[in-house]
Design a binder for this molecule. Structure first.
Ligand code: HEC
Ligand code: HEC
Ligand code: HEC
Ligand code: HEC
Length: 474
């Protein structure tokens, strides 16, 4: 009894001493564990990986170099990977030798994985990688879309696989980018992308002809892969938008926009004469009702980015976000819809929005697609999702702005539109529209009309919108 008591006093004193030492030297625990990590690395990893030295060709290595392991990976990914909880990164084997099957990676305990992660964070930091070089808190959804385009147009998917709607697409020569957003630290990827041979010389790596801005887009895009709730920056919700000035905007309009759109928004600026399509006639548009995010995107990133003509330039680099906010404030204040007379003229024509029956001159989808039936069930969930895209989420512009909240083809943007948007409430016109036809037009647009291609949307979301569109007749 006496003995036990003394033991507990000793134990108590010991833990008290430990506690004090952690308060005085908070790094003790960390250091101990990082040292543990170092021991593990020396024992279990150096036979395959290098932890110091210059970058070398993959042909001279057994496994990827890890001297920048401290700023390359997110800790959570690294510890999961070391516990064998991640997919292999090189489907075709790192060593590129087709005769060998990729071997399962060595698996560690949770505690050992953590020690190694700590060792990485303490010792394997590459000073070329600047912290905060790419600020993802200011990365917009449009920038991710532009990054995806670069990824596809500059061959990245030829060597790095990604996941598209559950399917693996692209070549497998190099590392997979499935869930890459959960694996990498953004600053490392950004530095890597600036000059890949600094990290993987003579390994089949590829230097792309992409601008600094483009590198930002493609790097940010990679960082969205596998991250379902990625929080995109929405400039139109930022403080500076509330401070936008119509006065400053008026001047910007005069100095930059009127050369095409005309001094009073009639689309008759000196540059307009030879353009086809013509610059938009702002004076006839209800810009006060147009969604601000859309206006921001078309002005900041240009016509091409939202599926319109590249004759509408991208102004972001010239005007900066504040300038774009200012010119939007001016335009919303000035252009509030068609003059009464224009409305009256329109009412007489057969192109009046919302007419039924509505004449269709839309090109027909190819035979096999025309016959396609909607592969999705008209479940409540699918229809609800379809509605969400129709009314809000479809990019670059939600359908309701032209087709109307009620699907009658009389959205705020439909004024003066020739041909007018389809009236989905008109049974006699809609009976000729197969699921496949709608799918085709939504995916590819109807050339020379305002119905543009929604080609970055996932197929299933297009089918969900079609389920929703069918609800307008019942
Ligand atoms: C038998 C050789 C071998 C040993 C031993 C080994 N690895 Fe690996 N490691 C590889 C190979 C090969 C890959 C590429 C794996 C793939 O395709 O997923 C790899 C991948 C990795 C990666 C991801 C690299 C990348 O692509 O960015 C990390 C991190 C890693 N190993 C850490 C470790 C650590 C830490 C140890 C020691 C505890 C270790 N490895 C032991 C062969 C080895
Ligand atoms: C011809 C094949 C090829 C193309 C095309 C290619 N890459 Fe790579 N990529 C590589 C190779 C090889 C490596 C080095 C790693 C390795 O040995 O697999 C690499 C590595 C990377 C890495 C570092 C990955 C890691 O975990 O170490 C990133 C990021 C990257 N590439 C981005 C891109 C981007 C962005 C593009 C398009 C602009 C692109 N790659 C195009 C072959 C390619
Ligand atoms: C070089 C000529 C040119 C200049 C300069 C120009 N635009 Fe445009 N803009 C166009 C053209 C052409 C279109 C029509 C694009 C289309 O229909 O595909 C257009 C369309 C638009 C639209 C309508 C998009 C829609 O959905 O209908 C807005 C808004 C717009 N421009 C704003 C601006 C602002 C703001 C400026 C000045 C900062 C500006 N534009 C400067 C050529 C120009
Ligand atoms: C900027 C205006 C505008 C927006 C936004 C728009 N549409 Fe349209 N849509 C039109 C116009 C105009 C037509 C008529 C085209 C024609 O006559 O060929 C049309 C036609 C259609 C048709 C009929 C195709 C046919 O063969 O008759 C469908 C289906 C359609 N749109 C679906 C959509 C969906 C879904 C969205 C949103 C993802 C959308 N539209 C967004 C303007 C728009």
């Amino acid at each position: 009894m006496y003995k036990n008591h003394s033991k507990s006093i000793v134990g108590y004193l010991l833990s008290f001493a430990l506690l004090i030492s952690f308060i005085l030297y908070p790094n003790t625990l960390f250091a101990a564990s990082a040292d543990e990590g170092k021991k593990l690395v020396d024992k279990k990893c150096v036979s395959c990986h290098r932890f110091e030295g210059e970058a070398k060709s993959r042909f001279d290595l057994r496994a990827p170099d890890l001297m920048w392991g401290g700023n390359k990976y997110q800790v959570s990914w690294l510890t999961d990977f070391l516990q064998g909880q991640e997919e292999p990164l090189y489907q075709k084997n790192y060593r590129w030798d087709q005769s060998r099957k990729p071997k399962k990676h060595l698996v560690l305990s949770k505690a050992d994985s953590r020690s190694i992660a700590k060792y990485f964070a303490k010792n394997l930091m590459d000073s070329r990688v600047k912290k905060g070089a790419l600020d993802l808190s200011h990365f917009t959804e449009m920038e991710a879309t532009l990054g995806e385009q670069i990824f596809k147009e500059h061959s990245c998917s030829a060597c790095h696989q990604i996941d598209e709607e559950g399917k693996r697409v692209g070549g497998q020569q190099s590392t997979s980018f499935v869930n890459a957003g959960k694996r990498y630290n953004v600053d490392w990827v950004y530095r890597f992308n600036s000059h890949p041979p600094d990290f993987a010389p003579h390994s089949g790596e590829f230097v792309a002809d992409v601008s600094q801005e483009g590198l930002r887009f493609v790097t940010g895009y990679i960082m969205t892969l596998g991250v379902n709730d990625f929080k995109f920056y929405e400039p139109w919700k930022d403080k500076f938008f509330k401070k936008a000035s119509t006065q400053r905007g008026k001047l910007i309009y005069k100095e930059y926009c009127s050369q095409c759109h005309g001094a009073t928004g009639q689309g008759d600026g000196p540059a307009a004469t030879d353009l086809k399509p013509k610059p938009a006639v702002h004076a006839k548009m209800a810009l006060d009702k147009e969604p601000t995010d859309y206006l921001y995107n078309v002005i900041y990133y240009g016509g091409k980015a939202v599926g319109k003509s590249p004759f509408m330039p991208y102004w972001g680099l010239t005007l900066k976000p504040q300038g774009v906010a200012d010119v939007i404030a001016y335009m919303k204040d000035t252009f509030k819809g068609p003059a009464l007379q224009a409305k009256v003229e329109l009412k007489k024509g057969s192109d009046q929005p919302g007419l039924c029956p509505q004449v269709r001159k839309t090109p027909q989808a190819p035979g096999d697609i025309l016959k396609l039936k909607n592969p999705l069930e008209p479940s409540k969930k699918n229809i609800r999702k379809g509605k969400l895209y129709f009314t809000q989420k479809a990019k670059p512009l939600a359908c309701k702005h032209c087709h109307g909240m009620k699907g009658n083809g009389k959205g705020p943007k439909a004024f003066n539109m020739v041909p007018p948007p389809r009236n989905f409430t008109c049974a006699s016109t809609m009976k000729d529209l197969t699921d496949g036809q709608m799918f085709w037009i939504i995916k590819n647009g109807s050339p020379n009309t305002e119905m543009q291609a929604y080609n970055t949307m996932k197929d299933n979301n297009i089918w969900r919108m079609i389920l929703y569109i069918r609800q307008f007749i019942q």
